[in-house]
Design a protein around this ligand. Structure first.
Ligand code: CUA
Length: 172
């Protein structure tokens, strides 16, 4: 079969585009800084979060010396708690689930970024430094007000964290 040279160029370009697409999809799936939901995470019933020990009361809890766990619920169109207040210079494991549709959880300016899927618990561990404040964004389209869905992560001095937790749920 005779193929004109300009047709060869177009064929080559089309092939190149296909390879580029496959490449970018692969990179998106395994690329650095993107936490995917692990298959072995405990699952949760998104319609019964009220009855779940972790998510009935979204909060930040101390689990060890300088170790904390944050239980966060994403919903249309926000995050709870908001702000998420964590102590400085600590290890914080953030567990996020959704009570409605798929959302994103991205701590702006860091590589803490995960998808939040109803029925799944996404886990990210962060090391906090000095007191500061981060924005949290939803980066998965989740409905009409997706672009307004945001939260705050506040890193506060240890004393401030302890004080605010004492007059909170009083379990200290
Ligand atoms: Cu939640 Cu977009």
């Amino acid at each position: 079969m005779h193929v004109h040279s300009y047709e060869k160029i177009w064929l080559g370009l089309a092939l190149g585009l296909i390879l580029l697409l496959i490449g970018s999809v692969t990179y998106g799936a395994v690329g650095p800084g993107v936490a995917m939901v692990a298959a072995d995470q405990p699952t949760v019933d998104p319609t019964a979060l009220d009855e779940d020990d972790r998510f009935a009361e979204p909060r930040v809890e101390r689990v060890g010396e300088n170790e904390y766990e944050a239980y966060v619920v994403a919903y249309q169109f926000g995050f709870s708690p908001d702000p998420i207040v964590v102590p400085a210079n600590s290890t914080v494991t953030i567990m996020v689930t959704s009570r409605d549709v798929t959302h994103g959880f991205e701590v702006v300016g860091t590589n803490a970024n995960t998808m939040v899927i109803p029925g799944e618990v996404s886990t990210i561990t962060v090391e906090t430094g000095e007191p500061t404040e981060y924005g949290i964004l939803c980066n998965e389209y989740c409905g009409a007000a997706h672009h307004t869905m945001e939260g705050k992560l506040e890193v506060v001095p240890q004393e401030e964290f302890d004080a605010s937790n004492e007059d909170g749920d009083g379990d200290e």
